[in-house]
Write a protein that binds this ligand. Structure first.
Ligand code: AP5
Ligand code: MG
Length: 214
């Protein structure tokens, strides 16, 4: 099963992608997580990506596409995956589409987690992220058991550098400009499904399971 998560920054793509990955036993592939892991490890790729991410800009397609294609070519992706944060531009979607066509494969579902801009800024300022394992929390909606510590791996939780309100505004603008056109792209392919992302996360997940099947 190959799934793409669409939605604005902070819509809950990562939250839902992790739940999908657990239930359907497919890897969760997040380009944002891959970039953040590289930044944390001080790699050349990380340093290059950080220049864009800290301003809320997209990392250039050339860099992003290569990383994603390398990742989905790995063995654990053979039976499918859930992509979170990729594609984010029409050119990225076209490259993915071409690669899949070569393999005789297609995307099964593109799930748009729909959340209006007004809700987003509040969510982002409350988000806490674990840079070690990629888990995400929210100080009000999804608090960790122990403040500031990841339930899953015990490492420290941080406010992401790009979650400051000013940067979130940039990210939202770029989302509307460059990523929202993908809704049309996947509607035309007949695989787009929309879920309401404003309800509690378990209800969002129930709506997704109703689409994907038990
Ligand atoms: P990325 O890491 O993908 O960030 P994003 O798309 O901006 O999305 P977020 O991770 O911020 O939000 P999310 O939708 O995953 O929400 P979450 O589940 O955490 O990308 C970061 C940057 O990397 C980009 O800006 C860009 O620079 C670069 N990049 C990445 N991919 C790229 C690409 N393909 N091309 C170019 N550049 C790329 O939820 C948010 C918060 O809300 C959490 O605190 C969560 O606990 C809470 N929450 C979730 N669901 C609910 C709910 N139903 N109710 C209440 N609270 C909820
Ligand atoms: Mg995310």
């Amino acid at each position: 099963m190959k799934i793409i998560m669409l939605g604005a920054p902070g819509a809950g793509k990562g939250t839902q992608a992790k739940m999908i990955a657990d239930k359907y036993n497919v890897p969760h592939v997040s380009t944002g997580d891959i970039f953040r892991a590289n930044i944390k490890n001080g790699t050349e790729l990380g340093m290059e990506a950080k220049k864009y991410m800290d301003q809320g800009l997209l990392v250039p397609d050339e860099l992003t596409v290569k990383i994603l294609l390398d990742r989905v070519a790995q063995d654990d992706c053979r039976n499918g995956y859930v992509l979170d944060g990729f594609p984010r531009t029409i050119p990225q979607a076209e490259v993915l589409d071409n690669e899949l066509t070569k393999l005789g494969e297609t995307i099964d579902f593109a799930i748009d987690v729909n959340v209006p801009d007004e809700n987003i800024i509040n969510r982002m300022s409350g988000r806490r992220a674990c840079l070690a394992c990629g888990a995400t929390y929210h100080i009000a909606h999804v608090p960790p058991k122990q403040e500031g510590i990841c339930d899953r791996c015990g490492k420290e939780l941080v406010l992401r550098d790009d979650d400051k309100p000013e940067t979130v505004k940039n990210r939202l603008e770029i989302y509307h400009e460059q990523t929202q056109p993908l809704i049309d792209f996947y509607t035309k392919k007949g695989v787009l499904k929309t879920v309401d992302g404003t309800v509690p996360m378990n209800e969002v997940f129930e709506a997704i399971v109703a689409i994907l099947g038990e």
